[in-house]
Design a protein around this ligand. Structure first.
Ligand SMILES: Cc1ncc(COP(=O)(O)O)c(C=O)c1O
Length: 474
C-alpha cells in the first residue's frame, strides 16, 4: 500500500513568496496530522445513518449507538486493554482526558503525584491543580533519570499515589521506559498513567494484562494525532476506579435515575461522558485505527525510523544546525527532530521554511517550557528576565527550537526539500525581509501578505481578520 495515497491533501499546493505554488511538505504531525481518506469516506458513508446515540428507539439511533459503542471497543483493544475490567472513555483530546483523571483521583492533601520535567503541560498542570507534584529531572540530553526515580520512590514511598509519565516526548521524541517505571510504581502500591499522545500514532502500544506488574493502569491518546482530526480523545482505565466517586462533569447521560434529592450514577463510560457525545469523532477514530492496523504499526515504526536516520545523516552535515537530544538510537525515539540554526531566531527559521519553501513546521517551546529551557540551557536569571519581558507583552526573545515531526506518510522527498531549505537559510540565501512582531513573537515578510480567504473563503468581517495573538500549542 502506498500510504501517501491514503492521505487527504497530500498534493495540496501552497503559495510561496516567489509567486510559485509548491506542494506542501507537512512536517508538523506531532501537533496534528491530516486525515486518512478512509476516515473521511467513512464519515461521508455514516452521515446518512447518523443520529444521537443511547436510548433513541429509531433505527438510525440504534445503528449509531452500535457504531459508537464498538468504536470504544476498537480504541481499547488497539492498546491491548482487557475490556472486562477496563473502561474506554471518549473525551475531546488527551488534555481533557488528563484533566478528568486528575479530578477523579480525589487526592488527599498529603498525596503526591510524581511526574517528570519532560512533560507536555497537559501532563503536568492538571496534576498541579489537584495534588502535590514532584517533578523528576532529566539528564543533560533530556532522558529521564531512572536513578532519581528510584530515590524519589524511596523518599516518598506510599505517599505517592500516581506516577504520570509520557510514552514519548513531543520535543525529543524519546520513548520512555514505561514498563520499567510501571513495575517500580506498583511496588509502592501506586498507579501509573501514561500520556500516550505521541506514542500511540507511532508504535504498537500494549497496556498489558491487569495483574502483570508492568500493567499500565491509565492511558490517554488523541485521534487528531492519528489521522482522524475530528475531536475525540481516549482515556482508558479500571472500571472499578471509575465506578467509584462522582464525575467532574455532570448532566445528561450520566445517571440511572435522579430524584430532586438524589442521583444514581450510570456505569462508566456513560457516567464519564456527560452530554451528547461526539459520535462522528468516535466513529472516525475507530476507522483510523483500522487503517493503522491495516498498514501495520511495526511497519510504521520501521518507516519512521528509516526517515529519521535519513534526515539526521543529512542534518549532521550542516555545520550551523544544532540538533537537540540523543540522535543515535531510533528504536527508542519517535519521528521528532528539534533543532536550531546558529545565529537565527527559531521563529525566523520556521517562517522562512513556510514562506519560501512551503514546509510546515512548528517553533517555540511546544507546551513543554521547562523541558525546552533545560535542553537550551537557559539560566535561571535569564528565565526571570524573560518572565518580566513577556509580562510586558514582548515575546521577541522567547527561547525555543524548531521542530519537524513525521507522520507515517512522509517520505525522503519531504526531507530533501526541508534540508535544502535549511542549507539555504544557513547561507542567508532567502529573499524576504523578515520582521518580528514583538507581541506575537512571529516573523512575517515586509510588504508580503497572502489573501487566506482566496484559498478557503469564509464569511468574516474585515474587522475580525487582523493579526491574532494565538496561544502556543502542541
Ligand atoms: C506528549 C503530549 N501530551 C499531551 C498533548 C496534548 O494533546 P491534545 O492537544 O490532543 O490534548 C500533546 C499535544 O501535542 C502531546 O504532545
Amino acid at each position: 500500500m502506498n500510504i501517501r495515497n491514503e492521505i487527504i491533501g497530500i498534493d495540496t499546493e501552497v503559495p510561496c513568496l516567489d509567486g510559485q505554488h509548491r506542494k506542501y511538505v507537512f512536517l508538523d504531525n506531532a501537533a496534528s496530522t491530516p486525515s486518512f481518506k478512509s476516515v473521511l469516506k467513512c464519515i461521508e458513508d455514516f452521515m446518512p445513518w447518523y443520529s444521537g446515540v443511547h436510548r433513541g428507539t429509531g433505527f438510525k439511533s440504534l445503528l449509531s449507538t452500535e457504531l459508537f459503542d464498538s468504536a470504544h471497543e476498537i480504541a481499547g483493544k488497539f492498546v491491548g486493554a482487557d475490556l472486562d475490567t477496563n473502561t474506554v472513555i471518549f473525551v475531546k483530546n488527551t488534555t481533557e482526558a488528563i484533566n478528568k483523571l486528575a479530578a477523579r483521583f480525589n487526592f488527599s492533601p498529603d498525596d503526591i503525584v510524581v511526574t517528570t520535567a519532560m512533560e507536555h503541560h497537559s501532563n503536568d498542570l492538571p496534576w498541579r491543580k489537584h495534588a502535590k507534584v514532584v517533578h523528576l529531572g532529566t539528564t543533560n540530553d533530556g532522558h529521564l533519570d531512572l536513578n532519581q526515580f528510584e530515590s524519589t520512590i524511596r523518599r516518598y514511598d506510599r505517599r505517592i499515589k500516581l506516577v504520570a509519565v509520557s510514552g514519548a516526548s513531543n520535543i525529543t521524541g524519546y520513548i520512555n521506559p514505561i514498563y520499567e517505571i510501571a513495575k517500580l510504581t506498583h511496588k509502592i502500591g501506586a498507579k501509573i498513567f501514561v500520556d500516550a499522545a505521541q506514542l500511540v500514532p507511532h508504535r504498537p502500544v500494549d497496556v498489558r494484562v491487569d495483574d502483570d506488574e508492568s500493567h499500565l493502569d491509565f492511558i490517554a491518546y488523541s485521534s487528531h494525532k492519528m489521522y482522524a482530526p475530528f475531536g475525540t480523545g481516549v482515556l482508558i482505565g479500571s472500571k472499578f476506579f471509575f465506578e467509584n466517586g462522582v464525575p467532574e462533569m455532570v448532566g445528561g447521560g450520566v445517571v440511572d435515575i435522579v430524584t430532586l434529592d438524589e442521583v444514581f450514577w450510570n456505569h462508566p463510560p456513560f457516567k464519564e461522558e456527560a452530554g451528547s457525545p461526539n459520535v462522528v469523532g468516535g466513529v472516525a477514530l475507530a476507522r483510523a485505527i483500522l487503517q493503522l492496523q491495516e498498514i501495520g504499526m511495526d511497519k510504521i515504526a520501521e518507516h519512521e525510523n528509516n526517515l529519521l536516520n535519513y534526515s539526521y545523516e543529512k542534518l549532521k552535515k550542516i555545520t550551523d544546525v544544532k540538533l537537540y537530544g540523543n540522535i543515535g538510537n531510533f528504536n527508542s525515539k519517535v519521528g521528532v527532530i528539534s533543532f536550531n540554526i546558529q545565529g537565527k531566531h527559531h521563529a525566523l527559521v520556521a517562517s522562512i521554511l513556510s514562506y519560501e519553501g512551503g514546509v510546515g513546521v512548528r517553533n517555540g517551546c511546544f507546551c513543554a517550557h521547562p523541558y525546552v529551557k533545560h535542553l537550551l540551557n537557559v539560566p535561571a536569571d535569564e528565565e526571570a528576565k524573560l518572565i518580566d519581558e513577556i509580562s510586558t507583552g514582548n515575546k521577541s526573545n522567547l527561547p525555543g527550537m524548531v521542530r519537524a515531526s513525521f507522520g507515517c506518510y512522509n517520505n525522503e522527498e519531504d526531507v530533501d526539500r526541508f534540508v535544502e531549505m535549511l542549507e539555504r537559510i544557513v547561507k542567508n540565501d532567502y529573499k524576504g525581509e523578515y520582521i518580528i512582531n514583538p507581541e506575537t513573537g512571529v516573523y512575517t515578510i515586509k510588504g508580503f501578505q497572502v489573501n487566506l480567504q482566496k484559498y478557503f473563503p469564509m464569511h468574516r468581517s474585515s474587522a475580525a481578520t487582523g493579526e491574532k495573538k494565538y496561544p502556543e500549542s502542541a
